[in-house]
Write a protein of this length. Structure first.
Length: 334
């Protein structure tokens, strides 16, 4: 059973990007935490429908951003955690990833294979992978879905498609099935640094990472992109997606209604809205536990984006449509 991870096992990441420099494939970069800097490399700049960068995080932590001792780890692709699709906004000003232009730096390289589990968005330190979880039991405890019941996919480098496979080779990394958010990254980095014995003692106060809940809340607002509704078109395909449950004000409305605001809840609610407007048969729903996504024409999805953003900005509108859906006997547990 996967134990509940305590907050103190995580690192705290700083929103320290001031320049907002864009990476190119192979760029090295740094994540600033309360313990030091974690080197990383951008191996692809157009992952996840072009909305993300595929980032490798290398197995070390340094205290000086000009330290080059980790270069051999880049050359050997010696990673700390599984590769992650990181939203492009992480490199914006006030983001948490900073391009680190160093002389004679090696080039970050893609792996030959990338794997993930369907709905695998929970970090499991025992497996050192992102795994799918069963529904909560009577006590509210969740456990990883047994290995034999998991659906495995291989994601092809540089392509926005994946193929089902029967097994994951020994030693291969298992990435999240969706874009990474700040909480996922802080948890995986902190647990992995401890797993490899790279964290000793208390956090370093000189790095200037605040533990004040008020400052952390402001920082999280600057970093977190989970509440944004994304609409992207690539290769003739248009997709809309956002991380569930959405902004905290929205999550509270959903909880007050007695539901869990995961991707499947949003599927039921948005399908109800689409049925009312007569376009549910013109889109393809593809939800996951931690994300809602749908594929369709640009015109339909652009309208849907405006509707969802209006719910995010005015939670009372969301409460009203949830009530309408309940009155129409919509099954949110389906």
């Amino acid at each position: 059973m996967l134990s509940m991870l305590k907050r103190e096992t995580c690192v705290i990441i700083s929103a320290w990007n001031q320049a907002g420099l864009r990476p190119h494939p192979g760029s090295l970069c740094l994540v600033k935490t309360d313990y030091g800097y974690i080197p990383a490399g951008v191996v692809l700049t157009d992952s996840y429908l072009g909305m993300c960068h595929l980032v490798h995080f290398y197995r070390t932590i340094i205290t000086n951003p000009k330290d080059t001792s980790y270069f051999p780890l880049v050359e050997s692709n010696d990673l700390l955690i599984p590769p992650m699709d990181i939203p492009r906004q992480a490199f914006d000003a006030s983001g948490f990833l900073v391009v680190n232009n160093l002389e004679d730096a090696p080039v970050a390289r893609v792996l030959d294979h990338y794997y993930f589990y369907a709905n695998g968005d929970k970090w499991n330190v025992d497996e050192r992978a992102f795994v799918p979880m069963d529904k909560p039991d009577a006590t509210g405890t969740q456990s990883p879905i047994p290995l034999k019941q998991r659906l495995i996919y291989e994601k092809l480098p540089g392509e926005d498609r994946s193929i089902g496979v029967h097994e994951i080779p020994a030693g291969a990394w298992v990435s999240p099935s969706r874009t990474a958010n700040l909480a996922m990254l802080e948890e995986a980095l902190g647990e992995s640094l401890r797993y490899y014995g790279l964290l000793r003692g208390a956090a370093s106060p000189q790095l200037g990472i605040s533990s004040s809940p008020y400052e952390r809340a402001a920082q999280a607002k600057a970093i977190d992109t989970a509440s944004r509704v994304h609409l992207v078109s690539t290769g003739g395909v248009t997709a809309l997606y956002f991380e569930a449950p959405g902004p905290e004000s929205v999550a509270q409305i959903i909880r007050n209604a007695g539901f869990v605001g995961n991707g499947y809840f949003w599927h039921s609610l948005i399908k109800f809205y689409a049925d009312q407007r007569g376009f549910s048969d013109k889109v393809i729903f593809d939800p996951e536990a931690g994300m809602f996504s749908v594929i369709g024409t640009y015109e339909i999805l652009d309208h849907l984006r405006e509707v969802i953003e209006s719910w995010f900005n005015n939670p009372q509108k969301l409460a009203d449509i949830i009530n309408n859906a309940q009155d129409s006997d919509v099954d949110f547990d389906d």
